[in-house]
Write a protein that binds this ligand. Structure first.
Ligand SMILES: [Zn+2]
Ligand SMILES: [Zn+2]
Length: 153
């Protein structure tokens, strides 16, 4: 009998310079494109595609000593990035350390899941048109922040 355990997906990712690498075991949780102004500035892009995962699914493979952190004082979310090349890595909320926000841009494989919705569309970049046909929410989707931070494993 084949169980989910035996064929757990393993994904790896790394920063641009390669100093930092990580792996994720198991399924990605909900994947969203976040169009909020914070994600836009943080990533220097129209939006951030991120998945929720459980902290225990995530492991640094190398370079943790090169990790820099920035905690946003209004959202209390800590954002991590490579201190050498500046690549954006995981984020987490001080009050919910059991969940991690994983940016899909650093992955080296095709995960077996896709973004399901656009959030914070109310503050999206005026120079970007959303054409993916996915549901759009002005702010959080139904269920609020917890809906986005739920992991699947
Ligand atoms: Zn780097
Ligand atoms: Zn955002």
């Amino acid at each position: 009998m084949t169980t989910d355990n035996q064929k757990k997906q393993k994904l790896t990712g790394q920063c641009l310079c390669g100093a930092i690498a990580y792996e994720i075991e198991g399924k990605l949780g909900l994947i969203v494109n976040c169009h909020c102004s914070k994600c836009r500035r943080w990533h220097g892009a129209a939006f951030r595609t991120r998945a929720a995962i459980a902290s225990k699914q995530f492991n640094w493979l190398r370079g943790e000593e090169h990790l820099s952190k920035y905690t946003d004082t209004t959202s209390h979310i800590t954002k991590t990035f490579c201190s050498i090349c500046g690549s954006n890595l995981i984020s987490y909320h001080a009050k919910q350390p059991e969940y991690i926000g994983l940016p899909l841009g650093g992955l080296e494989q095709d995960p077996d899941a896709r973004p399901t919705m656009n959030v914070f569309v109310g503050s999206k970049a005026p120079w970007y048109d959303i054409c993916d046909g996915l549901p759009q929410h002005d702010e959080w989707p139904p269920g609020g922040p917890d809906a986005v931070r739920t992991a699947k494993e």
